[in-house]
Design a protein around this ligand. Structure first.
Ligand SMILES: [Fe+2]
Length: 575
């Protein structure tokens, strides 16, 4: 009997000894996600440990797919990276790490990711910057975890250590702090990340390519971050990748940058020569591949007055004009910027962001920060915001119904207060026509009573007729998460007091019967205009494609059933 008890006790000991002390420093995080693969990075406590990644659709990690084995070594600070291939698109996976033959059970070794859609797909990402693990308010990380985005894009200031050193251990310790943090570590384990640094997590406040820590910061980034393949971009950590039909280009505004205090000239560069050539080529490749949307992860404020010494694009104003002219001259009309650094929420619809000589590059700009740091305003002006504050982040929803355009909704969120800013826009692979006679109008507004109307106007100049697409989108907004979308928008176009045309169901006649060929004809017009597609032919979303003679026009939207609701009023010049 004693013998059997001893045996049992030894067996239990065996289990305990097998797990033993945690071999992890900090935690795991995943990235480099594609429709069929992903990378996980972590750091272990000892050299010569043989480890591999275990991936499964089940939290029990059975059955599993494995990465190749990796053995820790002192030269990389025992950091390890595993890549697993052959996964299914659009699928949730759990992962863990096997060390020395034992699948570890520590929370810091377990995580999740979802593979990306293959081809067309709608999805939601979250983005933000400026997370200080010493700050008392860390609830943004818990809120993002609850959002369950497909990806979290970190746009810099992963921490505020301001390390500028040639000792890699100094940089490694920063990652350990972030990934070992209660709230932050839990979020990074729950979703994949695409991370681009800014100054404080590179080499310190306003740091540039002259920082002594530059090469060390770059090499520890490569060893400890589950990054996408790094571009051939002058030694910077620039990366580009795709999510469905969205191309994401992340630029490194620090490690290739000339000092902002340098006098303006054609050679003063925020990107550095190598990265700039890479960036331009990435934009051309995205255009030629027909991506409806290009997200430029551009960590620092684009909109700011030109000023030598400014730590924004205003401090590299000559290069800003060069990039804006490049975008215009190459007929690229679908670049949307994701920016941080400013500790606030803001967006610009192109009103303030056009730095092309004589105009022609009105970029959409979305700002989201600070995750866990005090609020401040930088750059601007913005057409929405800026709202400074802590516990803030951005959500971008992309709705892809096929065709050359996608619809997007940006939410600037403050924890506990919900969306503080909303901006709905569409983005198209089609280049903007250089002779567009009228500016596209896009307004989201709420009608509150049966008498109330949303009114907008436009002018057709010149001496010839122009084709115009006018829409009042209501029911389809529900799929964008607009809770109070108008059920039956009544759209009417007037010239003076005269009614030109009216519609209450885009593919229906006045008796709500399907009109032969209307859906096909209007869908072609949506595509030509760069407007997102309407899918439901029986919906009461309203649309009119009209040939109009020169003059002043008024558009009115009323609620057909009299109930209050929000509608998106759009006017497009049809090329
Ligand atoms: Fe910051």
């Amino acid at each position: 009997m004693l013998f059997r008890v001893t045996l049992l006790w030894l067996a239990l000991c065996g289990v305990v000894l097998a797990q033993g002390t945690s071999p992890f420093i900090g935690g795991v995080w995943s990235g480099n996600v594609t429709p069929t693969s992903a990378t996980v990075a972590t750091r272990l406590t000892a050299t010569a440990l043989r480890a591999r990644l275990v991936v499964s659709v089940n939290p029990t990690l059975v059955p599993a797919t494995y990465s190749s084995f990796v053995t820790t070594s002192a030269t990389s600070g025992n950091a390890v990276k595993f890549t697993v291939q052959g996964l299914k698109p659009d699928t949730d996976y759990h992962y863990g790490v096997e060390v020395a033959g034992v699948v570890r059970s520590e929370a810091e070794s377990r995580g999740r990711f979802r593979t990306f859609p293959l081809g067309r797909g709608s999805f939601k990402i979250a983005f933000g910057s400026c997370g200080d693990y010493r700050h008392p308010e860390q609830s943004a990380f818990d809120a993002i975890l609850r959002e369950r985005p497909l990806l979290f894009i970190h746009m810099g200031d992963l921490h505020y250590s301001d390390t500028n050193s040639t000792n890699p251990d100094d940089y490694r310790a920063n990652y350990d702090q972030v990934l070992g943090h209660l709230n932050q570590g839990a979020m990074y384990r729950a979703m994949p990340v695409a991370y681009m640094w800014d100054d404080h997590d590179y080499c310190g406040n306003d740091a540039d390519s002259t920082a002594i820590g530059r090469d060390t910061a770059r090499s520890v980034y490569r060893e400890r971050v589950p990054h996408y393949p790094i571009g051939s971009a002058g030694g910077t950590i620039a990366q580009a990748f795709s999510i469905g039909r969205v191309r994401v280009i992340m630029t490194d505004l620090r490690s290739g940058s000339s000092p902002t205090a340098t006098r303006e000239s054609a050679s003063k560069s925020r990107l550095g020569t190598g990265q700039k050539a890479w960036f331009k080529q990435e934009l051309i490749n995205a255009r030629d591949s027909g991506f409806p949307l290009v997200l430029w992860v551009n960590p620092d404020p684009w909109i700011a007055p030109a000023e030598v010494g400014s730590d924004t694009w205003g401090g590299h104003a000559t290069e800003r004009v060069e990039i804006a002219n490049f975008i215009r001259d190459n007929r690229i009309s679908n670049v949307v910027m994701l920016s941080g650094d400013m500790h606030g929420l803001a967006f610009d619809d192109g009103t303030n962001s056009d730095y092309a000589t004589g105009g022609g590059a009105p970029l959409t700009v979305l700002h989201a920060a600070a995750l866990s740091s005090d609020g401040s305003v930088k750059g601007g002006p913005y057409s929405g915001g800026a709202l400074p504050g802590a516990k803030q982040y951005g959500v971008l929803e992309v709705y892809d119904n096929g065709g050359p355009s996608v619809a997007c909704r940006f939410l600037g969120i403050r924890v506990g207060e919900g969306p503080k800013l909303t901006h709905i826009f569409s983005s198209s692979a089609y280049a903007a026509s250089s002779d567009q006679a009228l500016v596209n109008i896009s307004t989201l507004a709420k009608v509150t009573s049966p008498e109330d109307a949303l009114v907008s106007g436009f002018v057709i100049s010149g001496s010839t007729n122009r084709n115009v697409l006018v829409r009042a989108v209501g029911p389809t907004l529900v799929s964008f998460g607009v809770g109070d979308a108008m059920k039956q928008p009544q759209l009417a176009v007037y010239r003076g007091e005269d009614l030109v045309a009216a519609n209450t169901g885009w593919a229906l006649d006045a008796d709500h019967r399907a009109v032969d060929g209307a859906a096909v004809r209007l869908t072609a017009a949506f595509d030509r205009a760069g407007a997102f597609r309407l899918i439901d032919e029986a919906s009461r979303d309203a649309a009119l494609s009209l040939s109009l003679s020169p003059g002043a026009y008024t558009v009115r939207v009323k609620s057909g059933d009299g109930s209050p609701g929000s509608t998106l009023l759009e006017v497009y010049d049809l090329p």
